[in-house]
Design a protein around this ligand. Structure first.
Ligand SMILES: *[C@@H]1O[C@H](CO)[C@@H](O)[C@H](O)[C@H]1NC(C)=O
Ligand SMILES: *[C@@H]1O[C@H](CO)[C@@H](O)[C@H](O)[C@H]1NC(C)=O
Ligand SMILES: *[C@@H]1O[C@H](CO)[C@@H](O)[C@H](O)[C@H]1NC(C)=O
Ligand SMILES: *[C@@H]1O[C@H](CO)[C@@H](O)[C@H](O)[C@H]1NC(C)=O
Ligand SMILES: *[C@@H]1O[C@H](CO)[C@@H](O)[C@H](O)[C@H]1NC(C)=O
Ligand SMILES: *[C@@H]1O[C@H](CO)[C@@H](O)[C@H](O)[C@H]1NC(C)=O
Length: 525
């Protein structure tokens, strides 16, 4: 699954971060193997207790194959603890606690993507299917918030016992569903974390899942009349999107710097438009489909249900949301949770289903707070980022969410800046990859390890500095490696601005030199 690429480096864990000091390896190994988590936490089962040395390629043989993450190289000596934790008579979660030999008192938790139970905790069910939700609301509650929150409580208690020290600052990093988990946790349990990195957050979850379900009835299946092939999306349509929008920022580089400014006139895709005889064009029915896909998704009364797609995202959505196949996680969410009808046909999806999803809001999963005041008052900080070419969650929804929170503080930018900073990453797809300078320390794919771990380049380092030194990031420098390969070297770096600033080309100078760009305040949507 596409979600896998961005998963945090340290998959599967509530990781106690290392710095210096510590006991000898032999002592640490015995200390690890003597640990008895099950004697400290009621009803947990110990599944694994292993001393793991630096350099080990750890196989995740317990993970469901659909998680698509078979192994990970561990780069420090640590004590690996795997637990099953019951949450009710009919539910529970599995997770791992990684305790490094040398510890700096910090803890880090992570989350999942899609509707998955693969990383961090298993969110109450294994793998990427939603069948476990069917007729078991406790599993849905674990998925929505309980597995993460409970794992934080269990993890803090066990880490403190293991090291016989107090817990220091507590952090979270995740993307997609994982971004939502971070923000949802700040909403419900404002004291769990001091710092949260929430990438491309799947907030307004029910409406996001409706929006995703809405594409299949528009595209039809691959055999339907006027179906638009993936190749047409990637060539004819993508080229027209770039023709209309690439140059808005003054640089023709295949990257639309700010989708807020790009409103594609889909009529220009119509064969014969402007009396041309081009063969790279669409018929009227196809133009209508593209128009529907590129438009804001609205309720019948005209109010916004979910914002329009990111232009440029069609390069990957061609094989995803627009591919003529119903989007799996949305299908499962409707079948097993919203409707409770395993035989539901996703071709019949309609606005009534979206309204039902909002009305049911299972396990309060929506995550659409108008304020994160309690988290803010606790001193908590959130860094969020979103790829401007995201093919799965519109980055315009993160704009909308910023505006929603800002509305609660009278659009006082200084107040927003004290606890919530949103970085827009041009040319980045969903959580990672893409033509832009997308490596910002979000973890997962290899290039993240090849950038400096400092607040200028790395969102995790930035949240730590913000929480512990009060040094808030104004900009994050993203890195693009040649062919996304570390060995091939850095291609260029780019300055990513916090909302409502816009990365703006100076009009002169090499566009690949970040000195040619500045963050310019524009005030918001
Ligand atoms: C532990 O399990 C027992 C038996 O299922 C149950 O009665 C009890 O409530 C559980 N305790 C906790 C803390 O979950
Ligand atoms: C889920 O995975 C855990 C290991 O992480 C395993 O112990 C458990 O049996 C699995 N549950 C199911 C229902 O497959
Ligand atoms: C339409 O055609 C005119 C005349 O050839 C040309 O100047 C103009 O740029 C065309 N417009 C578009 C949107 O292609
Ligand atoms: C296209 O051709 C028709 C018929 O010749 C003409 O009336 C119309 O103005 C032309 N449109 C454009 C945009 O050039
Ligand atoms: C429009 O409909 C939506 C969905 O039913 C509802 O939430 C919203 O309040 C309505 N807005 C207005 C202005 O009536
Ligand atoms: C990058 O990829 C392209 C296309 O696969 C290839 O032609 C080129 O040699 C690669 N460049 C480097 C430096 O690896």
């Amino acid at each position: 699954m596409a979600q896998i690429a961005w998963i945090l480096s340290a998959a599967h864990l509530f990781l106690a971060l290392a710095t210096s000091g510590g006991v000898g390896a032999v002592d640490f190994k015995s200390k690890c193997l003597a640990f008895k988590p099950e004697s400290h936490i009621s009803n947990v089962t110990l599944n694994r207790l292993e001393y793991v040395t630096a350099g080990t390629n750890l196989a995740f043989s317990d993970n469901d194959a659909s998680c698509n993450r078979a192994s990970q190289v561990v780069n420090i000596d640590l004590c690996r603890v795997a637990l099953s934790v019951p949450t009710s008579q009919r539910s529970g979660f599995h997770y791992e606690l990684w305790l490094p030999e040398t510890w700096n008192g910090r803890t880090l938790a992570t989350g999942n993507g899609g509707i998955d139970g693969s990383f961090g905790t298993n969110n109450g069910h294994n793998g990427t299917s939603g069948t476990a939700f069917y007729e078991n609301e406790d599993v849905v509650i674990d998925f929505s918030w309980r597995a993460l929150h409970t794992s934080v409580e269990v993890g803090r208690k066990l880490a403190s016992l293991f090291y016989d020290e107090d817990i220091g600052k507590s952090y979270y990093i995740g993307c997609s569903l994982g971004g939502r988990q971070g923000i949802g946790n700040a909403e419900k349990f404002p004291e769990d974390f001091d710092g949260i990195v929430a990438g491309a957050p799947a907030v307004d979850f029910n409406s996001l899942y409706s929006w995703r379900a809405s594409f299949f009835p528009i595209t039809g299946d691959t055999t339907s009349e006027d179906f638009i092939s993936p190749n047409t999306w990637k060539t004819t349509i993508h080229e027209e999107v770039l023709r209309q929008c690439d140059i808005i920022d003054g640089v023709e580089d295949g990257i639309i710097e700010d989708p807020i400014l790009c409103h594609v006139d889909t009529q220009q895709l119509l064969c014969g438009f402007n009396n041309t005889t081009s063969t790279n064009c669409l018929n009227a029915a196809q133009v209508k489909k593209v128009q529907a896909i590129f438009s804001d998704y609205l309720w019948p009364n005209g109010t916004l249900l979910y914002p329009r797609v990111n232009p440029g995202g069609e390069l990957l959505a061609a094989d995803g949301l627009y591919s003529g196949k119903a989007y799996g996680p949305s299908v499962d969410w409707f079948k097993y949770v919203i409707l409770g009808e395993p035989s539901w046909n996703p071709a019949t999806y309609a606005l009534d289903d979206a309204a039902l999803a909002v009305a049911k809001n299972p396990a309060d999963i929506d995550t659409w707070p108008s304020s994160l005041g309690a988290f803010q008052n606790h001193g908590g900080k959130i860094i969020t980022y979103h790829g401007q070419q995201d093919q799965q969650i519109s980055s315009l929804n993160s704009v909308r969410f910023w505006e929603r929170l800002a509305g609660e503080v009278d659009f006082d930018l200084e107040r927003m800046d004290t606890f919530y900073r949103f970085f827009r990453i041009p040319g980045m797809y969903h959580c990672g990859t893409g033509p832009g300078a997308w490596t910002v320390g979000q973890g997962g794919s290899a290039p993240a390890y090849a950038i400096p771990f400092d607040k200028e380049h790395n969102v995790l380092a930035a949240i730590v500095d913000w929480v512990e030194k009060g040094a808030a990031p104004d900009e994050i420098v993203g890195t693009k490696f040649v062919n996304d390969s570390i060995a091939a070297g850095v291609m260029y770096q780019h300055r990513h601005c916090r909302y409502p600033y816009r990365s703006t080309y100076s009009g002169t100078g090499d566009a690949l030199d970040m000195a040619s760009w500045h963050c310019v305040y524009f005030g918001g949507y």
